[in-house]
Design a protein around this ligand. Sequence first.
Ligand SMILES: CC(C)(COP(=O)(O)OP(=O)(O)OC[C@H]1O[C@@H](n2cnc3c(N)ncnc32)[C@H](O)[C@@H]1OP(=O)(O)O)[C@@H](O)C(=O)NCCC(=O)NCCS
Length: 175
Amino acid sequence: MVKNATNSTPSNFIVRGYREGDRESCRRLWRELVEWHRKIYSDPTIGGEDLEDYFDKHLAKIGPKKIWVAIQNAGVVGFAGLMIDGEEFTIDPIVVDSAFRGKGAGAQLVRRLVAEARKLGAKHLNVEPVVRNVEAIKFYHELGFVNIGQVQLFIDFSQKTWARRLKMHNLKFDY
Ligand SMILES: CC(C)(COP(=O)(O)OP(=O)(O)OC[C@H]1O[C@@H](n2cnc3c(N)ncnc32)[C@H](O)[C@@H]1OP(=O)(O)O)[C@@H](O)C(=O)NCCC(=O)NCCS
């Protein structure tokens, strides 16, 4: 059964707005986000070098008021950002410390962002996990993200191997 991200359920985590003192933790979490994608694609080059810079760039782009952190025992264990384009809202990114995954922190962050998006007048709240990120898709699906809009299809001119198969509209795709 699909859980509703608007329901509030008890959690060990506190979610609050980003503060400057969270920067180092969020940089570390951004590295984990990239490392996760390197792992699922078996590609150590994803994200390039100087990974921590990406968090700073993202923060400068969306602003500190659009980032929330999940806290346990005074430590940051996850964060999520909210990108806003008119009435289109997108969660980007969301990452939980690998040592704290599967304990409800991610769900708590998403619930907060759903509430913020509703409050700010969103028409849609979007998430854009890569198709290879099956765990993230299951996570979002559990939290009520059950509508699919645009699908990004592409021709790959690189030497990457796309071994996995997905069927949609009776057509086969590699992901
Ligand atoms: C995706 C992510 C943010 C989820 O955070 P989390 O704190 O581990 O998730 P939660 O514990 O709140 O899980 C909520 C529900 O999602 C589902 N879920 C979470 N992780 C899952 C997994 N690996 N496989 C299947 N379902 C999963 C479960 O139904 C879970 O509820 P349950 O534990 O009561 O069954 C975290 O795994 C992560 O940081 N992944 C790496 C970064 C990433 O992929 N980010 C998304 C990119 S778009």
